[in-house]
Ligand binder design. Structure first.
Ligand SMILES: Nc1ncnc2c1ncn2[C@@H]1O[C@H](COP(=O)(O)OP(=O)(O)OP(=O)(O)O)[C@@H](O)[C@H]1O
Ligand SMILES: [Mg+2]
Length: 273
């Protein structure tokens, strides 16, 4: 495979917290991964497996350690600041409060998202052009947000706010969308709606997506690839075909085989529902 093939390449990604102290934690241990354009990857794994840290490294929150490389669309982004990485990477967090600003209007949140990581030259669009763009991005959500451009985000429901966060993460069309348990705090009905909106946006924008979830059913149902992490490593990596006929129990067996540990709901905490 040539160096420029594929959308994302991770090479030797290691992250150690508190190195050299008694609290040293190897959160990521030499992760290697290749994503193709339009891949939709579900990532599961026990608490503390390193899932969020992996997204943090890709998004430039932490630089990868010595020798680690992150390549997006053939461009080496290792060591770029989080702000610069935002040109390439959109992100939705578990907590809707993190992705959106409560005291700003819907429109201003979207304007901020549109400009994130973009050079100044792209700030020239007129207000009318921007509003049209925002309306056309919000209308397909079916939540009526296109008529609430002036509403403060703090007045939206959790689901509306997370749907807005999704639009904000994708409006500047980054190469990669990172979702970190973005439906985990929503009630089941709202979670399902936001999940379907995710599916719609990912398909329409042809986004390459990494979605962390604790829900094994979801990980089997959504996306074309499933990755399981454990203690900073990728222990299971299945393609669409391999995961298509699996049950949650099969996944537990795969986890036990790969990790060498018994699946224990209390300590492993991969929720089954
Ligand atoms: N900023 C930090 N400083 C110190 N240790 C950290 C930091 N961030 C994460 N860790 C540690 O790194 C390990 C991996 O954490 P991470 O948040 O990536 O796990 P996770 O797979 O996302 O877990 P969860 O399912 O609970 O969200 C954990 O042991 C965690 O305590
Ligand atoms: Mg996490």
């Amino acid at each position: 495979m040539g160096e420029n093939k594929g959308l994302l390449q991770l090479r030797e990604i290691t992250k150690v917290f508190s190195r050299g102290t008694i609290d040293e934690i190897r959160a990521l241990d030499n992760i290697e991964m290749d994503l193709n354009a339009e891949d939709y990857i579900a990532i599961i794994g026990s608490n503390g497996a390193g899932k969020t840290t992996l997204l943090n490294v890709i998004a430039g929150v932490y630089p990868p350690e010595r020798g680690g490389k992150i390549i997006i669309n053939g461009r080496d982004i290792s060591g770029l600041s989080e702000y610069k990485c935002a040109q390439y990477v959109g992100r939705v967090y578990q907590d809707p409060h993190i992705g959106t600003a409560a005291k700003m209007a819907v429109e201003d949140n979207l304007a901020m998202a549109l400009l994130r990581g973009k050079p100044r030259g792209l700030r020239a669009a007129s207000n009318k052009q921007r509003r049209d763009l925002f309306r056309s991005a919000l209308t397909p959500l079916g939540l009526g947000l296109e008529n609430r451009l002036n509403a403060l985000v703090g007045t939206l429901s959790g689901g509306q706010r997370q749907a807005l966060a999704l639009v904000m993460a994708t409006i500047s069309k980054p190469a990669l969308l990172l979702l970190d348990e973005h439906i985990a705090t929503l009630d089941p009905k709202t979670a399902q709606i936001v999940l379907e909106l995710t599916e719609m946006i990912v398909k329409r924008e042809k986004m390459t997506t990494m979605m962390i979830t604790h829900n094994m059913e979801l990980a089997l149902r959504y996306g074309n690839r499933l990755i399981m992490m454990h203690k900073g490593r990728i222990v299971v990596d299945m393609n669409q075909e391999q995961k298509s006929n699996l049950t949650v129990n099969d996944l537990i067996v795969a986890f036990e085989r790969a990790s060498g540990e018994a699946f224990d709901d209390d300590s492993i905490l991969l929720r089954r529902d």
